[in-house]
Every structure is written in C-alpha cells, then in structure tokens.
Ligand binder design. Structure first.
Ligand SMILES: NC(=O)CC[C@H](N)C(=O)O
Length: 402
C-alpha cells in the first residue's frame, strides 16, 4: 500500500490505515484508501489505459458490472463537468461499480470543472480505492485475465476479510451475464415528446434527414450526438423492442448500440430481432456490443477475451481502405472472425492482437465495428463511420426511389 500524498484518509505517512480493500476472487487482498461511495461493490476488474476521459469512461453504460482500474496514475485532477457524461438513461447512473486509482484525488484544476471528482463518485454511488499499486494489478490482469472482486470502502477501516474473500470467490462469471436490462431505457421514446430527441437543427444537414432507430443496449450520448450531426433523426427504443415495433417507425436505418455484459447472453431477445431487421434489409450500423450481436445474428460467434481492450490509443486498420486509425476500445468479448459466414467480410482489425474490429455484410446494407468511433480521445479518426452509415442509407433510398 502506497500512502498517497495529501490524502487526509491516509492518516499520515507513519501509520496509514486501510479504509478500502480490493478483494480478488482468488483471495488476494489489496489495501488502499477509500474514495467515492462507501459500501461494497462486486464486479469484474478490468484496466483502462486512457490518460484522459475518466468521466466518459465512468459514465459509459458498457462498464456495468465492472470495476475499472486506471493505469494512468493521476485521475480526477480536472474534476467533472455537466457536459461529458455519456450516460443517457438516468436509471443507468451507476453502470460502473467501482474505480481503482493509484494516486489520491487532488483538487480539481480545470476551467470546465463543475465538481470535485470524489463528490461526483459519491453522488453516482461508485465505490473507489486509491493508493493501490495499479501497475502490479494491471500486470496481474494481463497475465491471468480479468478477475472478479469485491471492492469494499469502510471509513472506519473495519473489514470482515474472510467474508469478503468468500463472497468475491462466489461472484458470477461475466461470461453468460446479460447486463443490458440494467442500463437500457425502460420505454420507447417518442420522437416529438421526449427530451432524448436531439433538438432540431443541432448540427443537422439541411433537408435529407434519415430516420434512424437506435436500439438502446446502453447507448452512449456521443453516438446519438454524432448520428444527429451526420443528418439523422434519432428515435431511441429499449433493448426489448420487437422488430415489428421498430419497423412500424419506418426507419431508414437501424443503429445497434454499445452495452455491457456478454453478447451471447442477449441471444434470447436481442439477437432474433436484429436478425429479422437484417433480413428486411434495413441499413444497419452497430458499435461494440451492437457489433457483437450483429455477428451472432448472422450465425457468427463471440468469445471472452483474456484481458480485453480498454483504452484510448488502440491502432485499428480499416481493411477496406488500408488506413490505420487510433481508436478508443472498451470490450471484454470479441467476434471470432473464423465463425463469420461467407457473406460477412472482415473490414477492421486490431493491430495490437489481430482480433476482429469490424465486418460488413455483402448481401445486405449493414456493417459494424468493435471499437468506438464516437469517442474523441484526441484523435477523431473513426468519425468517418457515421458518414459511411449515412451514405449507405442515401444509397438504399436512391435504390427504392429509382
Ligand atoms: N463497449 C461495449 O459495448 C462492450 C461490449 C461487451 N460488453 C464487451 O465487453 O465486449
């Protein structure tokens, strides 16, 4: 345990007392200092290598059921603001369960900051720990995979360690977990009557708007923003919407969102709907979980990754153009490219490990990517994919008009 400088909870350098523990499923206990909400948070521990964007990461509903370890040591020092939250659905306020930091949170120093990061974590009920050797924890995840853990924060420093170890060992595996119900919207939002409708005129192209139905498996705000900016009228429907309900909205295109958990666990309700929509040849674009579910819908398979991809500087190659893009990634499952049928052509690959990062159908207007083209970790290399989706809808519309 490293006593973080300036942390009042540390009790000075001489006798720091742990006020938080990260208890891994194998019984390993990492001691540190509590921050954010108090209490106990169960989850799968992953690491994220991004140096910026902690607010976007911690409000991305795809992290539901997970505890995020930041490899970057200083997190929280630019505070939090009201604009960068990725959660759209208020009910999904605490997708992520916990946060593991190296250094203590400092006073915010940024002109955009509205709030102290620690107060924000508390308000969103996210349990946190700092003072952890996050390099060692990351190396452990790299070598052994993402472990389940209980993150306990108790300001009085009293912990029942054997119970925490027992409970951590008994947590369910992420593989097989459908976490979409935790984060999806509860009902369909009518285009004209919902605050989710992006204001008319917000970055829209003149005329020629496409009506896009976005299926919300835990959608990120910036995806809706960029769809809107690319010229789409967006209606958000819950993950349980039927193909019939969706088709009744007469969409020019379908968007399949990102989301948490195991894509294969959504096979009962989401995948058959996607299959039906694809069979109707409605132009379709999927991101991350949406990409994985689209692969399942065409008969492909997904698999659990060992350490997953969570970061903001992953190189991906667009095989259709040869171009390399620097992208944000956040996934613990991946599409097995060998399982894809012959009418699904791999379009993108991760240059870190060669894993699949996108495919397109050759017999239907549909494509999807594993990475996050909406994210802007500095580079905005993948924003062109929204344009590609709009051009696909333009083409399909021209076909039906002809
Ligand atoms: N960002 C996402 O949509 C994540 C997809 C899926 N839950 C995974 O971990 O692979």
């Amino acid at each position: 345990m490293t006593a973080p400088e300036g942390n009042p909870a540390a009790g000075g350098w001489s006798e720091p007392r742990a006020t938080a523990l990260l208890v891994l499923a194998d019984g390993t206990v990492l001691e540190g200092f509590g921050l954010g909400a108090t209490g106990e948070a169960p989850g799968e521990v992953c690491f994220n290598t991004a140096m910026t964007g902690y607010q976007e990461i911690l409000t991305d509903p795809s992290y539901a059921g997970q505890i995020v370890t930041f490899t970057f040591p200083h997190i929280g020092n630019v505070g939090v603001n009201d604009d960068d939250t990725e959660t759209v659905n208020a009910a999904a306020a605490s997708g992520v369960r916990g946060v593991v930091l190296h250094a203590a949170i400092t006073e915010p120093s940024n002109w955009r900051s509205h709030r102290h990061f620690d107060a924000w974590l508390k308000a969103r009920n996210i349990v946190g720990i700092c003072g952890v050797d996050t390099r060692a924890l990351t190396a452990l995840i790299r070598d052994n995979g993402m472990p389940n853990a209980l993150l306990a924060h108790s300001p009085d420093g009293v912990f029942d360690i054997p119970r925490l170890q027992r409970e951590a060992a008994g947590l369910p595996d992420m593989a097989g977990l459908d976490l979409v119900p935790l984060v999806t919207s509860a009902q369909r939002f009518d285009w004209d009557e919902t605050p989710w409708v992006w204001p008319v005129g917000y970055g829209k192209r003149d005329g020629a708007a496409h009506k896009v139905v976005a299926i919300d498996y835990g959608v990120k705000r910036n995806i809706l923003r960029l769809l809107s900016k690319a010229g789409c009228d967006v209606t958000v429907v819950p993950s349980t919407a039927s193909a019939e309900e969706i088709l009744a909205l007469k969409p020019d295109g379908i968007f399949l969102s990102n989301g948490p958990g195991d894509p294969a666990a959504t096979g009962e309700y989401a995948v058959p709907v996607i299959k039906e929509l694809l069979d109707k040849k409605v132009p379709t674009f999927g991101i991350c979980l949406g990409h994985q579910m689209m692969a399942l819908a065409v008969g492909g398979q997904t698999m659990k990754m060992k350490q997953g991809h969570h970061g903001a500087n992953h190189p991906v190659q667009d095989k259709t153009t040869g171009k390399v893009e620097i992208v944000s990634m956040n996934h613990g499952f991946a599409v097995d490219p060998a399982s894809l049928p012959s009418h699904a052509v791999e379009t993108h690959i991760s240059l870190f490990d060669g894993s699949n990062s996108g495919f397109a159908l050759t017999d239907r207007p549909a494509f999807s990517v594993q990475h996050h083209p909406e994210a802007s970790p500095g580079p905005q290399d993948s924003h062109y994919l929204f344009k590609r989706f709009v051009e696909m809808m333009d083409k399909e519309k021209a076909k039906t008009a002809a």
